[in-house]
Design a protein around this ligand. Structure first.
Ligand SMILES: [Zn+2]
Length: 86
């Protein structure tokens, strides 16, 4: 059982260096430990409650639930796709 920051490196390996929000590849120092269930919502510091997010995704997630965050990311992807299509 890992706790807190000690889990960052194994988590980086598990996520193969990808941000869990936008799926872009980042260096480990540019990824942030995020509580999947925010502490403000009763989340714990146990390994299963962490993911790595880039700075941008981390600020997008804030205290949203993972479902809310993923819905927001999906909306953004759709908007980006529509922009690309014109
Ligand atoms: Zn990201």
């Amino acid at each position: 059982m890992y706790k807190g920051r000690h889990y960052k490196r194994p988590l980086y390996g598990l996520q193969t260096g990808l941000c869990n929000g936008c799926n872009e590849h980042f260096r480990i120092q540019n990824l942030h430990m995020d509580h999947i269930v925010a502490r403000a919502r009763g989340g714990t510091d146990h390994d299963f409650n962490f993911q790595l997010l880039c700075g941008h995704c981390n600020s997008t997630k804030g205290t949203k639930t993972q479902a809310e965050f993923q819905a927001e990311m999906a909306t953004r992807r759709n908007l980006a796709w529509m922009d690309a299509e014109g």
